[in-house]
Design a protein around this ligand. Structure first.
Ligand SMILES: NC(=O)c1ccc[n+]([C@@H]2O[C@H](COP(=O)([O-])OP(=O)(O)OC[C@H]3O[C@@H](n4cnc5c(N)ncnc54)[C@H](OP(=O)(O)O)[C@@H]3O)[C@@H](O)[C@H]2O)c1
Length: 239
């Protein structure tokens, strides 16, 4: 247990993948965790796992891309937690297909989830952090937010936008002791990358794992309050 014990965190998309690994890493530090997602069964199972670390774990079911749901969901979680110190904007989707062939609804849904979702959730959490004059926000972009690539235009556009949103917010609220960190990880083995065929079999010692990513976030949180991890790209040592 560390200085982070009893802090309260909200992690969007915390039921699986990078969000779940982050929730477990937080629980190991004694942080109480609220996770969100659309699949209640997955969230319930992850909450049960988190509780084995002796922390308070709760969940809310909502789509980050629907503002009314975000408003109700975040309010309910903060009421239960009593306060909030840490927000991890992790929920996201990846749509793959050529620019010409991808339909408008898939493009729109990607932007709605990956960009508007980050905006909506942050908009609902930020007033609490401003009130406390303290807090940490991690926004998960991607290496796809740094360079365009073929057949992934909507995802790249969304992750470029997350960087713009996140860095602008950082420059606004740094004076309020709120640290905003923009993360741009490379490929990590999760459902998302497995479904896209990006993870070779038996590659665990070569490909980044979700817990590697979670360690980076915890390291950022443990910096002295005068110091801030502005951003970081997590890469595998294997090219
Ligand atoms: N894995 C990588 O290599 C990698 C690299 C760079 C960046 N990232 C980013 O890291 C984040 C997590 O990725 P991951 O690999 O862990 O993906 P994942 O395994 O597919 O998990 C995605 C998570 O987001 C949630 N989610 C998706 N759409 C949602 C919506 N509309 N409303 C609420 N929750 C939603 C999912 O929960 P439900 O299904 O329950 O809704 C799930 O918990 C994403 O933003 C992704 O773009 C991943």
């Amino acid at each position: 247990m560390t200085v982070l014990k009893n802090k309260k965190a909200i992690i969007t998309g915390g039921g699986r993948g990078l969000g779940k690994a982050t929730a477990i890493a937080f629980a190991k530090e004694g942080i109480d965790v609220a996770i969100t997602g659309r699949n209640e069964e997955v969230l319930k199972a992850t909450v049960a796992e988190l509780e084995t670390y002796g922390i308070t774990a709760i969940y809310a079911v909502f789509d980050v891309g629907v503002y009314e749901q975000v408003q109700t969901g975040i309010k309910g979680l903060i009421n239960q937690l009593g306060t909030v110190d840490i927000l991890v904007n992790n929920a996201g989707i990846a749509a793959v297909g050529s620019f010409n062939e991808m339909d408008v609804s898939q493009w729109t849904q990607t932007i709605q989830t990956n960009v508007m979702g980050v905006y909506y959730v942050t908009k609902e959490v930020l007033p609490y952090l401003l009130e406390k004059n303290s807090g940490d926000i991690f926004n998960i972009s991607s290496t796809a937010g740094l360079n365009g690539n073929p057949n992934i235009s909507a995802y790249c556009a969304s992750k470029f936008a997350v960087i713009g949103l996140s860095e602008s917010l950082m420059k606004e609220v740094r004076k309020n002791n709120i640290r905003v960190c923009t993360l741009t990880p490379s490929t990590i083995a999760t459902d998302m990358t497995t479904e896209l065929g990006m993870i070779p079999e038996n590659s665990e010692d070569k490909v980044l794992q979700p817990e590697d990513f979670a360690e980076l976030i915890v390291a950022g949180l443990k910096l002295p309050k005068r110091a801030m991890l502005k951003g970081a790209s997590l890469w595998s040592t294997n090219p």
